[in-house]
Design a protein around this ligand. Sequence first.
Ligand SMILES: Nc1ncnc2c1ncn2[C@@H]1O[C@H](COP(=O)(O)OP(=O)(O)OP(=O)(O)O)[C@@H](O)[C@H]1O
Ligand SMILES: [Mg+2]
Length: 261
Amino acid sequence: MITFKDVSFCYPSYGREPKKVLFDVSFSIPDGSFVGIAGNMGSGKTTLCKLMSGLLKPSSGQIERSKSVSFAMQFPESQLFESTVIKDVMFGPMNRGLSEKEARMISEECLVSMGLGKDFFDRNPLRLSGGEKRRVALAGILSMDADTIILDEPCAGLDPKWHDRLLEILHGLNEKGKTVIIVSHNIDDIARNCRTLLYLKDSKLADMGKAKDVICRHEELETSSMAFAKRLTDAGFKIDFKKAVTTEDLASLIADRQSSL
Ligand SMILES: Nc1ncnc2c1ncn2[C@@H]1O[C@H](COP(=O)(O)OP(=O)(O)OP(=O)(O)O)[C@@H](O)[C@H]1O
Ligand SMILES: [Mg+2]
C-alpha cells in the first residue's frame, strides 16, 4: 500500500519564490494494483513518482509505503553506469544481499526476458542502441524484485513489438501480485492496461478512480477510439463516444447499433 496524505512538494528555488509543483495530494494505492498516471507535460508526474519511490521527501504531508519500491526513471538508460550489461543488472540484486551466483542467475533471466541474450551480457551498456539501453535498464529494475514497480514513461522510444512485450511483462508481474504504476502520455495504453488512473492537472490530483471512468470525465484524456467515434458521429453514424474508450468498446457499440437498426 502506498498512501499520500495532504502531500505538497516545492523544489528549492535558491533565492526566488519556491516553486510548488504538487498541492495537497491525497490517495491510496492498494497492493496488487495496476495504476496509470496521466497529465500534461509539467503537471508533476515525475515528481509524484519520485515522492512515491522515496527519492524526494514531501515539503508537507505524509507518505506511507508498506513494501519495497523500485523506480525506472523517465530516461532509465541514463541510470546505466557499470562496464558490462550483466554487471549493471546485477548491481540491484547484489545490493539487496544476494550471492554473486544468485544475482547472476536472476539478472540473466531478466535480460533474456527483455530479449537480450548471452551475446549482450559482456557488452558495454553505453555502446548499445537507445532501445537496447532502455531494455537493459528495465531488466535492472525487474532484477530488484521489488513489490512495487514504478515506471516513468517506460514505453517511450520502444518499437511497437517491445512496447507490447513490456506491457505483457508488466501484466505478468501484476498477476504475480506486484503493484505496477506507469506514467504515460498514451491514454490508449492506460485505457487498455491500467485498472486505476491518477490524473494530474495544474499540480493537483484532479481525479482518481477506475481508469475508464476517469477518462470519460475529462476531454483532455480522449483515446483514439473516442476520437474515431466522434468522427463517425460527425459523419452521421451516431455513437456515444464517451463509451468508446477502447477499440473493443467501440466495436461493441457499433455491433449494438447495427443490431438495433
Ligand atoms: N529539479 C527541479 N527543480 C526545479 N523545478 C523542477 C525540477 N524538476 C521539475 N521541476 C518543475 O516541476 C514541475 C513538474 O515537473 P515534472 O517533471 O514532475 O513534470 P511531468 O509531469 O513529469 O512532465 P513531463 O510530462 O514533461 O515529463 C515542472 O514545472 C518542472 O519545471
Ligand atoms: Mg516526467
